[in-house]
Write a protein that binds this ligand. Structure first.
Ligand SMILES: [Zn+2]
Length: 315
């Protein structure tokens, strides 16, 4: 997420451009963590799934950090549109239950809330709240649709080479956001230094985010440290609801990050407690990714209802 995000909230729009250009963005799990999560998930693909996907470990690993390559000011429109995809501040939508599964229904709820807010109305702008579960479920949908195409090509004895490439891309791209969701600070307003009442004296310094997810992980953790915690995939019953529950669980661990940081857990070689916490989070992200891949594959076998006739013309 951009470091400027909460500065926007705190000090107003006038300084956004200045702080954006002065701050370096925080990339959840850094290059290493994102690569590891995608790699371990690829290694755990069960033999019941297509063999080409199980052989795509190198490509899927490469794609773990892919959306972090879309943050350069050289591609302004891309950077601008995709940065809210990496986070969601669940505290800002605590009043919204259930969270609607469609992006535009979510926007509408937020704009209604914003219109009624007595102050700090822009806290409810979609780009300030974050859109992390939407990009995730949308890529999940792309993956499922591509798996369905793959099945149809197989049944028709047609080449699957092209659709295999699409599936590998969607699977790897999906991994980025699922991994972001296991990083507690990507689900919270407390994303980079404690704000508000602070009776326990947690750090308010900007820097905990990158120190935890990137510097500490790169220096102390390898894929083999959390791979054994990842189990065989489970079919999800309701991918969006299950994913929201996953994000809420992650949000419940935000304070623990601050407790560990205060005890020096993420400094230099860190502590055993910090290692256990971080490997559990990396494994949780890997598990959810594997479960989503598996669920998309299984659900892609279901027959699709005939398209209903459109009620009105769509653009
Ligand atoms: Zn990210």
């Amino acid at each position: 997420m951009p470091v400027s995000r909460h500065e926007t909230w705190l000090i107003g729009f006038a300084l956004v451009t200045l702080t954006t250009t002065q701050s370096s963005p925080a990339f959840a799990w850094g290059n290493e963590g994102h690569t590891y999560i995608n790699r371990v998930a690829a290694q755990k693909i069960p033999s019941s799934m297509p063999r080409f996907l199980r052989r795509a470990e190198v490509e899927i690993s490469y794609l773990g950090p892919e959306p972090d390559r879309w943050r350069s000011p050289a591609e302004f429109a891309l950077k601008n549109s995709q940065e809210p995809d990496h986070f969601i501040d669940l505290e800002r939508i605590s009043w919204l239950d259930p969270v609607p599964p469609g992006r535009y229904e979510f926007y509408r709820k937020l704009y209604e809330k914003r219109a009624a807010a007595p102050d700090r109305a822009d806290d409810y702008l979609p780009e300030h709240v974050g859109l992390q579960p939407y990009i995730t479920i949308e890529i999940y949908g792309r993956l499922k649709a591509a798996f369905r195409e793959y099945r149809q090509h197989l049944a028709a004895h047609q080449s699957t080479a092209a659709v295999e490439q699409a599936i590998i891309f969607y699977a790897g791209w999906l991994g980025h956001y699922v991994a972001d969701g296991s990083q507690p600070l990507h689900t919270s307003i407390q994303y980079n230094g404690w704000i508000g009442a602070n009776p326990n004296g947690y750090t308010t310094e900007r820097g905990i985010h990158a120190r935890f997810e990137a510097t500490y992980v790169a220096a102390n953790i390898r894929a083999k440290d959390f791979a054994p915690q990842v189990k065989s995939p489970t079919r999800l019953t309701d991918p969006f609801a299950d994913y929201m529950a996953y994000l809420k669980h992650s949000n419940g661990l935000v304070e623990q990050v601050y407790v560990l940081e205060k005890a020096g857990g993420f400094t230099a070689k860190g502590s055993a407690a910090a290692l256990a916490f971080t490997t559990e989070r990396l494994a949780a992200g890997t598990q959810m990714l594997l479960d989503l891949w598996c669920t998309a594959w299984l659900e892609s076998a279901a027959p699709v209802p005939e398209h209903a006739a459109p009620v009105s013309a769509t653009k």
